[in-house]
Ligand binder design. Structure first.
Ligand code: ZN
Length: 212
């Protein structure tokens, strides 16, 4: 039986976090790309992640896994797999399997996520082809940012569960990935705000500002 699920999109979440504007330490994102993306794709990817995580005050310090410096309060390692560009797309509808995943061991969510750039490419190519080349890169990078935000939700909220709607829902449509706005819903934002990671990052920021 087909079940319709209605998702209410909230325009604003003024009550979230209330007056609390605690400063919070950044999360180190150690990334590894099988194929380096263009500057435009990388920029769209990073800026979408900031936009999605902004309501909970989470921000990220992007580092390369090859940099050597791996000191951080909280860190997540992300591998971007496959082809990460918009060249040579075909007007085909390909239904890929998973677009991203996060490692779980004995029921414990580990800080290791993967985003399948090729799968996202295959899934969106038909719709991206009708856009201008510049727009294609921006929309593709933004879609990668949404898949990444979903995986980071699992890591940061330390949960394998999904939300009913928004960034934390279990399966994405092409429209979800290409819509002008796609955000977490209130329940998942609350989960992130109340997560242990959030408390640790607040504490780290407090210690950093009071240190001599
Ligand atoms: Zn998921």
């Amino acid at each position: 039986m087909k079940r319709l699920l209605f998702c209410l999109v909230l325009a604003a979440l003024p009550s979230l976090g209330g007056e609390r504007q605690a400063s919070i330490a950044p999360i180190a994102l150690f990334t590894q790309f099988q194929e380096e993306p263009s500057a435009a794709i990388r920029e769209a990817l990073q800026s979408e992640l900031e936009t999605i995580m902004n309501p909970v005050g989470l921000h990220f310090d992007w580092r390369s896994l090859n940099d050597g410096d791996n000191t951080a309060t909280e860190l997540v390692v992300v591998t971007f797999k496959g082809r990460c560009d918009v060249r040579g797309m075909q007007p085909l509808t390909v239904m890929p399997g998973a677009l991203g995943w996060t490692h779980v061991s004995d029921g414990l969510v580990l800080p290791f996520s993967e985003v399948d750039c090729s799968a996202v490419r295959d899934f969106l190519q038909r719709q991206l082809l009708v856009r201008s080349p510049a727009e294609r890169e921006e929309l593709y990078g933004r879609a990668l940012g949404r898949v990444l935000a979903h995986e980071l939700y699992h890591v940061l909220a330390s949960t394998a569960s999904h939300g009913a709607c928004g960034v934390a829902k279990s399966g994405y449509t092409v429209s979800d990935l290409l819509a002008p706005d796609f955000m977490f819903q209130a329940a998942e934002l609350r989960t992130l705000l109340q997560s242990k990671v959030h408390q640790v990052l607040e504490l780290a920021a407090a210690i950093a500002t009071t240190a001599p």
